[in-house]
Design a binder for this molecule. Structure first.
Ligand SMILES: [Mg+2]
Length: 154
C-alpha cells in the first residue's frame, strides 16, 4: 500500500503511552521537597507504560493501512526530556519506533487522521485536522477501548 493511502495516526506520550500521573505521585512521596519532579533528570525515562499501551501500540503498528507515529510535546524546562523520551520509546517499543518519534510543541502542525491524546487543547491539539481520541475520557478510558475503536473501522 502506498504510504499516502494509509491513515496517519499519532499517539501522545505523557498520560497516554506513559503513566505520568502514577510516577509523579510516587516521586512526590519519595521526594516531597521536589517542586517539579518532571524537571528532574531520570524522571521521563523512569515512567511506566500505561496498562495495555505497549500491546495496543504494537497492534496498531502492525496494521498495513496505518502509518503510526508518536507525537509528544517536550517539557521545555527539562532539556533531558528530549533525550529521555527518545530512550523511553526504544526501551518500551523498540528502536524501530524511535524512527517514528516526533517531539513538537505544536501538534496542530502535523497532518493526519487521528490523534490519541489525553488533552484536546494546549499543545496545538485544538488545530489538529483529524479526529482526536481523547485518552482517559469516557469514550476512551483505556487502551482496550482505543483498540475496539480501530477494530470497528476507521
Ligand atoms: Mg499527554
Amino acid at each position: 500500500m502506498n504510504n499516502l493511502e494509509k491513515k496517519i495516526v499519532y499517539v501522545d506520550m505523557d498520560f497516554t503511552l506513559c503513566d505520568f500521573g502514577a510516577s509523579y505521585l510516587q516521586y512526590k512521596q519519595l521526594h516531597p521537597e521536589e517542586a517539579f519532579p518532571h524537571s528532574v533528570p531520570g524522571f521521563f525515562i523512569g515512567l511506566a507504560p500505561t496498562l495495555g499501551a505497549i500491546e495496543t501500540f504494537q497492534w496498531l503498528n502492525e496494521k498495513q493501512d496505518i502509518d503510526l507515529y508518536i507525537l509528544t510535546a517536550p517539557s521545555i524546562r527539562n532539556p533531558h526530556s528530549y533525550t529521555e523520551k527518545r530512550l523511553w520509546v526504544e526501551k518500551h517499543l523498540g528502536l524501530e519506533a524511535a524512527y517514528k518519534l516526533i517531539i513538537s510543541p505544536n501538534k496542530g502542525l502535523n497532518k493526519g487522521h487521528y490523534l490519541i491524546d489525553d488533552y484536546t487543547e494546549g499543545k496545538g491539539q485544538e488545530n489538529f485536522e483529524g479526529k482526536i481520541l481523547q485518552f482517559g475520557s469516557k469514550e476512551f478510558p483505556d487502551w482496550k477501548s482505543v483498540q475496539s475503536f480501530f477494530e470497528r473501522g476507521y
